[in-house]
Design a protein around this ligand. Sequence first.
Ligand SMILES: Cc1ncc(COP(=O)(O)O)c(C=O)c1O
Length: 409
Amino acid sequence: MHTSAKLPLAARTDGLVGSVIDSSTSLLHKQTHDIVRFAMGSPAPEAIPTGVLSEIGSVALGPDAPDAFDYGATEGDPPLRAALLNALTGTSDETTADRLVITAGGMQGLDLVCKLFVDPGDLVVVESPTYTNGSATALSYGAELLEVPVDQDGMVVEQLAELVEQSGRIPKAIYTIPTFQNPSGATLSITRRHELLRLIRQWGSVLIDDDPYGMLRFEGAELPTLRELGGGDPLVFSVRTFSKILAPGLRVGWVDAAPELHQLLINAKQAMDTCTNLPGQRLVTGFLEGGHLAKHLATQREEYRRRKIAMQKSLTEHLGDIATWTDPEGGFFLWVTLHNGVSTQELFDVALAEGVAFIPGPAFSPAGHFHDALRLCFASTAPERTEEGIARLRRAIDRLSMRSADSSE
Ligand SMILES: Cc1ncc(COP(=O)(O)O)c(C=O)c1O
């Protein structure tokens, strides 16, 4: 007979809240019917340069390179570090070797910065809505979160000081996704970027600058990154990844942080995963050394612009009378707000049965706001499929509205 003993779990497990976004991957894998997938923030499958990567792999991971499957240097494989520093030269993310640590994607960058700076009970500011996994990482270190609204110009920095004052505490860290924010698509204006930097300096707070989509601008004028505007300020901790610009399955990213943190980051990473997977790093190295990144990004930007416009057109056609949505100048996401009282949380199952997947708004707010909103990824789906998916979404909304009307009669 099975007897269940109470396990002596650590108190921090209370903060392990999981990710609705990541869980949607497993959920969708289990479905056997046709589903248009707007849920995950992945590049289009056809946008992954599999041909080039396999060619690179046939040499870099081939029989003449057995060390590709060995342990690697914790701070990153030297050829990747060199190729990345070179690729970033002249960009707003240009950096130096003493600031760079290669990570297992952006997620590990977020984990590292929280591990270094967040103690249980610390106040961490997050955008509202924000990227679920980012807020979940802060929670996993015991943070108490303060949500600050986002509008079309990103975090409403004008309200930040006020909300912080009301809380009666100084934030230990402020987490922002400044460019083509996940999930809203909003970009933090230049004025707000400067003001944010002023505030973190006034408070001595760490600014977590998580900018995975910045290189995917397809409209509008470039803005300097917080990393560049920060001018090497040790309070600015920048998290970057190859997941959106190349392939998420590689699990390769980097952090750009003050040199005085370098050894601590290495120590923290050694207690986590020793090194970032070397085969993935070697593939990225080959991609950068082969000079493929610029052309790849140019193609992707154009395609994602086309896909955004196609999704907006389908939304106008099918949801124009009941919803509004954002108009991002890059990145992957549209943030849709329904104005007919439908709960997007309840809509999820109905939509899944109808054959379309999205992420409900409350997943992007630790306090569970945004019941009327949902996130759609336009990047991973071709326009014809998008049209079908949005038509299905409308059918699901109508079915749910009818059901609610019936039950209230
Ligand atoms: C804002 C943001 N930060 C970090 C990540 C995580 O990136 P990675 O998949 O490289 O861990 C994502 C991925 O969706 C993201 O949207």
